[in-house]
Design a protein around this ligand. Sequence first.
Ligand code: PMP
Length: 393
Amino acid sequence: MGLNYAKRMDNIKASEIRELLKLTQQPEIISFAGGLPAPELFPVKQMAEVSKQVLEEVGSSALQYGPTEGYGPFREQIVKRMKKGQIETSKENILVTSGSQQGLDLTGMIFLNPGDVVLCESPSYLGALNAFKAYQPKFKEVSTDDDGMVMEDLEKILEETENVKFVYVIPDFQNPSGRTWSIERRKKLVELANKYNIAIIEDNPYGELRFEGEIPPAVKHYDTEGRVAYLGTFSKTFAPGMRLGWICAEGEFLQKYIFVKQGTDLQTSTVSQMQLAKYLEKYDLDEHIEKIKVVYKKRRDLMLNTMKSEFPEGVKFTYPEGGLFTWVILPEHINAKDLAKLAIEKKVAFVPGGSFFPNGGNENTLRLNYSNMDEERIVLGIKRLAECIKEML
Ligand code: PMP
């Protein structure tokens, strides 16, 4: 039976990562594929305790509808966390979302007519590209280097292109490249957005997971005209199963998000917000993040060191100062999709890089996640992957 689906569905297919993640459910697979946090670090006991407390103390309001904007005390807690990126804001500028992924979808909803242009880093987060795709935009990829998006390239594109609605960026430990933008590029981005009157969508799920150096000011810190929407989340600092994220924006901009959120799901789960707010009140999330960072840093070091010693010459990779991913560039004639097939036979999974480029190409790249596997499996998996690369060379 062929039902008459909307035109927008023509571009929407199963994401490669989701398909891969199905495979990685098999316990014998060493998976560097997903962006999964280490489950052994989730604060399960504390969560059980605060959940019970919320239900016992304010159970009936926890189970009731709440405002679309979110639970007040939770939004206050979010305001405090925004200070890490040197963003001074207030609760009125915070909308709680079901993960930052919802913020991405709502962004497409408020900005994009079919054919409008989205600017993004090349490469960019696949989940964002897929969310935007539902609104039938065109993507223009802006080149990147170790300091982030190349501003000369951005300006050239802005000069030449009509109907650009927003630029989507992940300035801290980018997914998939693991790179972080320099402060100069952050300032310049805001300057160009002001000049060409476009919005900036700053997506920052990983910034707090910094293993070395200082957290730089967010792009939003330099926003003087209210054109930056900052998307935050507790998925990587607490637990993704909570599905709790937020959008920070001002005035009419935030109001548009609130309107479309109402139509989408009325509000984010009241009980989840109250439980996490209680956790944040009783416990120190920063202390918890320190514990996560110790484990991830060790895993990153181990992965990079093993890559250094095992990967053949001609294979390059990034050095992430935090976050969850490193990005590998193979010699040009090697296709990472073929490599992935070979690696799966050896029970190792990763995401081929091609799908992070909305306009295709770059098939000689891949993304590796180091947060989810224990140390023994990281070494074993990288050694096996090195064998596969050598075989293909
Ligand atoms: N943005 C980026 C860059 C991500 O990597 C992810 C998760 N992998 C998300 C948004 C969505 O995260 P969540 O919805 O869990 O907050």
